[in-house]
Write a protein that binds this ligand. Sequence first.
Ligand SMILES: O=P(O)(O)O[C@@H]1C[C@H](O)[C@@H](CO)O1
Ligand code: GUN
Length: 297
Amino acid sequence: MFWEIFDFLSSKCSTKTADWLMSQTKHRPQVAIICGSGLGMLADTLKCQDSFAYSDIPGFPQSTVQGHAGRLVFGELKGKSCVCMQGRFHMYEGHSLLKTTFPVRVFKLLGVETLFVTNAAGSLADCLQPGDIMIIKDHVNFPGLVGLNPLCGPNDDKFGPRFPAMSGCYDKNLRCLAMEIAKQLGVAGLMQEGVYAMVGGPNFETIAEARLLHRLGVDAVGMSTAPEVVVATHCGLRVFGLSLITNKVVKSYEDSDSVNHEGVLEVGRLRSHTVQQLVTELIGRMEINNNNTNNAA
Ligand SMILES: O=P(O)(O)O[C@@H]1C[C@H](O)[C@@H](CO)O1
Ligand SMILES: Nc1nc2[nH]cnc2c(=O)[nH]1
């Protein structure tokens, strides 16, 4: 009974939010971008903007984290209609996973076909340095593995199947095109593909946790992204993801370094221009399949 009411309300609510947004803007986005910590300036580059504070959008959760402004910005990038979340929602803020991923279903209802996710992450791989940009090839959704999954509860068949496949959830063609663009922009030296892992946060890793993640084959760790990608893949969106490496995760008891959120935001500021160039070029050059048939509407 609880789940039925919950599901009914969440499905109704995303429709109501999408309808409200479509009544407020003429933009009909094909691409949605979720900005990670310190990467919100991507939204400032959209042309012909219409923007809305999250607090003014019916049904939208609120951002509580520094570096996440809390604005939804519609506009154009290289002739493609886009919507950009300047600030995302994290599980550690106390949002349910359904709320954390709520905007993704709103995007689906708006007609979005491709989702770009960006995040700030700590590196475990020795070859990834602060300032590097990792193209996400795959993820490990640690909360999801223990049942903290936004798709738990009754399945909403309007959005997708009960048991969605997640292999190949980060689009291979977009990953290849991103690498090609990086070469043309002269920043290929900063870029490589890798595996992102989401942990719950909000604390950063202990040394023992860092060593465990490293042994498991994780290249970069953060506190977001996987639930959004799960929901996007469930409803048939194409996904491209980037992690900006903001720090090395401490793996040695001899190492006196320690990570903090201000440092994470600082690296975001330093690399924002490069991330913005990559995303803009990729959006400009990618083909839109128009395969969002919007069955969920
Ligand atoms: O929203 P993202 O995943 O970019 O934010 C990361 C993880 C934490 O929210 C924060 C830690 O500094 O950055
Ligand atoms: N969990 C986690 N999230 C991050 N976000 C940015 N850096 C880090 C990190 O080192 N660990």
